[in-house]
Design a protein around this ligand. Sequence first.
Ligand code: AFP
Length: 359
Amino acid sequence: MQPAQHRTTLTRFLIEERRRYPQASGDFNSLILSVALACKSIAREVAFGALGNMPSAAAGGVNVQGEVQKPMDVLSNEAFLRITEWGGHLAGMASEEMETPYQIPAHYPKGRYLLVFDPLDGSSNIDVNVSVGSIFSVLRAPDGEGAATEQDFLQPGTGQVAAGYAIYGPATMLVLTVGNGVNGFTLDPNLGEFMLTHPDLQVPADTREFAINASNSRFWEAPVKQYVDECMAGRTGPRGEDFNMRWIASMVAEAHRILMRGGVFLYPRDSKDPARPGRLRLLYEANPIAFIMEQAGGRASTGRQPIMAVQPGSLHQRIGVIFGSRNEVERIERYHNTPQAVDLPNPLFNERSLFRVPG
Ligand code: AFP
């Protein structure tokens, strides 16, 4: 193992990045380091599992999504708030676990950024010890001293100045973009430092691996069904090659696998719940992952438009999400943008038609 003194820490990486902006105040770097500390704090709690100081049972609360909150959801949300609120970098925060924006307490200075986060994505996997993660996105706060309003957060993903995720897996990693590529840092548990281990990450443009929750197939739109059917047909079908499928039900883990070896992830909009145009949330799940993927040469789309082009209408808006290897995502977009032969019943074979369909 390379001695720590020969590795680049997250702090050194950020300082060296900041030299590209001589006018930078250092506030941005301090904010990212605070986020990294929150992730380290969560990593420690997650690593203790059932030995930790939070019972595995439901915390009893229900979040704005109507989902039962696990104690780790609440603890992780608290970690983000307590560790970042005092630093003077933020004008406000928004989280999957809070219905309205979080206001910086009056006794702390306010800053120029907004922090949006899903403190523990995949938390339904906590009790079965599957990798989970935290997802975060940094936006610029509008000028002015007032309280952070919901409207302040409703910026398209192209407005992000940084985004990333921490993955709490066999190793804890922080994957970060500040708009100049994507870099991966592995937590050295002895030093408590994130060390640069995966510089300049790139998503392979092609893949033969897709990730989707196939139990929803009866609700999919035709373009998604066409794409998945072709993958399932393998070498006997139009793709002429066999595909592999994965589904971890932890988007951070899927995104990390795709960043490491390529792949495509689909949680598309479907007809399962017409009131919900997708399962994943735009501001603190789709947009930060989209920023990472696009910065690493991949692509992130709703199927009909780039995710980061979507103008958010509300803080907890949901959206269909397709991301990963560019050539596969672009193929899926083509299927969405090509008029589909709609499966209309043939009038010749109806109940009272000329030809009766047996059975
Ligand atoms: P939880 O945070 O409730 O576990 O949801 C995780 C998630 O938002 C995302 O990380 C997964 O890809 C997706 O939901 C899994 O959804 P299904 O449970 O419908 O497969």
